[in-house]
Design a protein around this ligand. Sequence first.
Ligand code: ATP
Ligand code: MG
Length: 573
Amino acid sequence: MENKSGTDKESNENTVKKSLNFIENIIEEDLSNNKNESRVHTRFPPEPNGYLHIGHAKSICLNFGLAKKYNGLCNLRFDDTNPTKEEVEYVDSIKEDIKWLGFDWDDREYYASDYFDQLYQWAVKLIKDGKAYVDEQSSEIIGEQRGIPTKDGTESPFRNRPVEESLELFEKMKNGEFPDGAKVLRAKVDMNSPNMHMRDPAIYRVKHATHHRTGNKWCIYPMYDFAHGESDFIEKITHSICTIEFEVHRPLYDWFLDQIVEGEYRPRQIEFARLNLSYTVMSKRKLLQLVEEKLVNGWDDPRLPTISGLRRRGFTPESIRNFADTIGVAKRNNVIDVALLEHSLRNDLNKKAQRVMAVIDPVKLIIDNYPDDKVEEMDAVNNPEDETMGKRKVPFSKVLYIDSNDFMEDPPRKFFRLAPDKEVRLRYAYIIKCTNVVKDENTGKITEIHCTYDPETKSGMGKVQRKVKGTIHWVSADHALDAEVRLYDRLFVNENPDVAEEGKDFKSNLNFDSLKVVDCKIEPFVKDAKAEDKFQFERQGYFCVDKDTTDQKPVFNRTVPLRDSWAKKNKKQ
Ligand code: ATP
Ligand code: MG
């Protein structure tokens, strides 16, 4: 198929490599039919009532991605028609998150509230055309009259009131003459439609509330279905992409457009399956609950699926974009394993992250035959995946720390780390042999491991050396920095936290071991690291400097362990 705007080589190559998804098929067909002057113009329309999450990231990647692929544009539009739940803090965080993900709306930052005057005019036009009326019944009665899909609804006694009367009442609604809920403007569509959304839906309701942008100018606010399509029309959107639950709203989207469209141009709503991830919740209402009830530490808690939480946890924009690309777009809802997101992150960090040695559960290791005051600078590779990242020096001395898990007094046969009379290599340094241990008299806990080193076995000396099976990491006791490490794990214990025991809700599935704070010893290389810097702690995982970090004490968040420990757990079960 001819790809009108995809003339650059890269996009043609992509087209060849990957088959088109169903939305791309629609777009390419529209382009070949010269629909809407062959423009592609999408929008991302968040409601500023919470922070963005990974589901939104999928929608952002899709909308901005399609615009880019087809040389089109993507607007940022705040869907701010509900003044009571919306705040400026959310607007700011949303903008920051989209930018961080790597997308740009240039100067096209719009607000549905910018269109309130125009929307009001269109509502008046609907009344004049006999397509809308003011209803004075309570919402309960209106609900009852709507009925059920298999039976015809009941028309409101106000449905056929004179146009003049509705015009007058609508104006009074606007002028604040009625209390909340007293009157509603309804579209006159079809009370017998099997689609409940078509049974004279509300267009405007009375709400005396201060809006974060329009202040107290309005005390009537348009409903989503009316505002959304008409905003698309104002912005000349061509493809209005939303999630699958809006499929049943589409006839109404089209009905509203039918009332105002005059020329050739017309936006089209296309639905795709929303992203659901295992082991987490994504509804903004639930995320808000976790934040407000202080079950997590704010919207950017590293355990949340919010974009700001993922950023603080150590995710990279690339890993999220690649993830969105991998899962693709479908029409049917499904649940994606969070392990896939973590996999995408490991792939990215493996290529980028600076390696360091850090000892999380330290025990002292003393090399008895190493000179007391000697310090050597060992050469360590910064990233074996990327030579250009070079090398660094790591101080080595007589007293080191190693991870207590790397030593066993009475090891099983296949334990290749350190044990009495056994040899092991210290990464970037020497082969050592354990001679004896010192224990705390009261607790029996090992306090010191003693060993000897073989000076002939220094790493990188190029001599033929004897082989040992294990290599362990270490830090020099005198040179190591003390750091705080926050070991994060999944926030919920089961795949679908929404399924809870009877009488309980999703919060009963919280994982109470989702955060452990421990001290660690880390090589001095990290002393100038700043928030969001990422490291691989060798043999352990990826870690990211937290914003709480100080000169006195660096703080690291565990982003992901090197391997997916939950896969193992699940296998055992
Ligand atoms: P919630 O149900 O959590 O409140 P929402 O859909 O109401 O989310 P909006 O701010 O209206 O949140 O969403 C903005 C855009 O992001 C919409 O186009 C919506 O379809 C899309 N979106 C929201 N959640 C997801 C998701 N899980 N997967 C894909 N797209 C999503
Ligand atoms: Mg919404």
